[in-house]
Design a protein around this ligand. Sequence first.
Ligand code: DQA
Length: 145
Amino acid sequence: RSIYILNGPNLNLLGLREPEIYGAQTLEDVRHMCETAASSHGMEIVFRQSNAEHDLIDWVHEARVQAAGIVINPAAYTHTSIALLDALKACDCPVIEVHISNIHKRESFRHHSYVSARADAVIAGCGVEGYVLALQRMASLCGGA
Ligand code: DQA
C-alpha cells in the first residue's frame, strides 16, 4: 500500500507563485524529491494536486481504503475546509499535514488549521523539504510499509 501525497489549490503554480515565500522549486521537482525519499524508505507514493476541494475529498476517500498513510498540503483549504477535516477523520491511517511556509509567522487568517485536528504531525516552514521530512516520519509510523 502506498503513501498518498495530496496537494491543494494553487500548488500547481509552485516555483512561479510568490517564490519569496514558497521557493523556486516546482511541484514536479517536489514529486521527484518525494519519489526519491519514498523509495529510500521502501515506500511507494501516489502524488496528486487539485484546485478543487471535491477532488481532494474524493482522493482522501480513495486513500481511506488504499493508502498506508496520507501526507497532505491542503493549501488554502487548510483554513476553510471542515469537509476535508471530516474526510480525514474517516481515515484510520497516519495523516501528516505539510505547509511549505510557516503559517504561524504569516497573516492571522493562516494561523488556524481545520486539518490539524486530525493530523498526527504538522510540518510548517521547512520549505519543500517538509515533504521529505513527512515521508521520513511516515516511514517510522508505518514501520517502513
Ligand atoms: C500553504 C500555506 C497556506 O496558507 C496557503 O494558502 C498555501 C500554501 C503552504 O504550503 O505554506 O497555498 O499551505
